[in-house]
Design a binder for this molecule. Structure first.
Ligand SMILES: NC(=O)c1ccc[n+]([C@@H]2O[C@H](COP(=O)([O-])OP(=O)(O)OC[C@H]3O[C@@H](n4cnc5c(N)ncnc54)[C@H](OP(=O)(O)O)[C@@H]3O)[C@@H](O)[C@H]2O)c1
Length: 327
């Protein structure tokens, strides 16, 4: 199996590369853009700007992969808010470029989408719930999903949420935490707790609950879509949603740090700063249909955090599954 991964320097993309190579024995070609990986990924690298239709087409026709897993995008909400046109080019035009090129070379496409296609008013959301985004990022993902599912290729839409884990392109990376973010929150929480800092999180404001997703687990789900030739929309996120305080306490418990350092506060006590875009409140995703279709069990938060700990300690991907594959 030959897999082309876009966004090879990213948190998700670097995990897709690693899992594809080490667990699926796939031949992997990955696109890089502005950054070069600081660590060897043992795959071929191609410099590609995914917004450049001709460059995308040329590259994919040259490699003729069996599947493209499209991870390149931005999760910088402020940037999208400031520059709508850039967001459209990067999230919509680029997705169309890749989908068209997949059509030309007969590759399947997995499009990485988000829980933010939902507005957060009526969770939990199942795979076939109607999208209702409340901000520009969510809208761009809905448009991307629509392109991929209607252009006439074999596709999988892989919705993920609140991703954390090890970026194999930059093993020493500690993300800066944006105030409303849920993505990479465990990375930041671990760093804070290891420094002995307190963590104060709200339970009554925006982005209060999501399904934390270990990057290598969602990568495994995406590769299962490819390997088993599944078509449709999948929730490749953590098995269960938690709120921000629960998540902090789970991080502390997993790493043997002090859970008492994590406490809840009302958002008004915390001065979270002005938030210019609309942010969903609770985007819990139901994963039942995904688990039964892919015949694999998504990792719940406790297990995902435990696997991440082993990855950090060993510097290796590590086995994720217990003997029981599905419940
Ligand atoms: N992180 C989360 O919590 C989360 C949650 C839900 C969904 N998602 C989705 O998951 C996917 C991956 O996110 P991530 O967290 O891995 O993001 P990330 O770590 O910020 O990685 C983004 C990647 O996109 C690349 N890229 C940006 N502009 C490009 C361009 N014009 N051409 C080619 N490559 C370009 C970046 O390359 P450079 O490094 O060179 O800039 C980087 O490799 C995205 O679709 C995101 O929307 C993420």
């Amino acid at each position: 199996m030959k897999v082309f991964v876009t966004g090879g320097t990213g948190l998700v993309g670097s995990n897709v590369i690693k899992v594809a190579r080490e667990k699926y024995g796939a031949e992997v070609v990955a696109s890089v853009y502005k950054r070069r990986p600081a660590s060897r990924l043992h795959c071929s690298l191609e410099q590609v700007d995914v917004t450049d239709a001709e460059e995308v087409r040329r590259t994919l026709l040259r490699h003729r992969p069996d599947a493209v897993i499209h991870c390149a995008a931005t999760v910088d909400m402020a940037l999208l808010q400031q520059d709508n046109a850039h967001g459209w080019r990067l999230m919509v035009d680029a997705t169309r470029n890749i989908a068209r090129a997949c059509g030309e070379c007969g590759a399947r496409m997995v499009f990485v989408s988000s829980d933010w296609v939902f507005g957060g008013g009526t969770p939990p959301y199942s795979e076939d719930a109607v999208p209702c985004p409340v901000n520009y990022y969510g809208l761009l993902k809905v448009v991307g999903e629509t392109i991929v599912s209607s252009i006439g290729i074999d596709y999988g839409i892989a919705r993920i949420a609140a991703v954390y884990g090890r970026n194999w392109s930059f093993p020493d990376w500690v993300p800066e935490q944006r105030v409303t973010g849920f993505g990479t929150l465990p990375n930041w929480m671990l760093d804070q707790l290891q420094k002995g800092e307190r963590i104060v999180e709200w339970t009554d404001y925006i982005n209060v609950e999501a399904n934390p997703t270990l990057a290598s687990d969602c990568a495994e789900a995406m590769l299962t879509i490819v390997e088993r030739k599944k078509v449709g929309t999948f929730h490749c996120c953590g098995r269960r949603s938690v709120n921000r305080v629960e998540l902090g306490k789970l991080v502390a418990a997993t790493f043997g740090l002090d859970p008492a350092k994590v406490r809840a506060a009302r958002a008004e006590e915390m001065d979270p700063g002005s938030v210019e875009e609309s942010v969903p409140r609770k985007t819990s995703l139901n994963v039942a249909l995904t688990e039964s279709t892919l015949e694999r069990r998504n990792l719940p938060p406790e297990e995902g955090l435990a696997v991440w700990k082993r990855q950090l300690q060993s510097g290796r991907l590590m086995e994720q599954r217990s003997s029981e594959e599905t419940e």
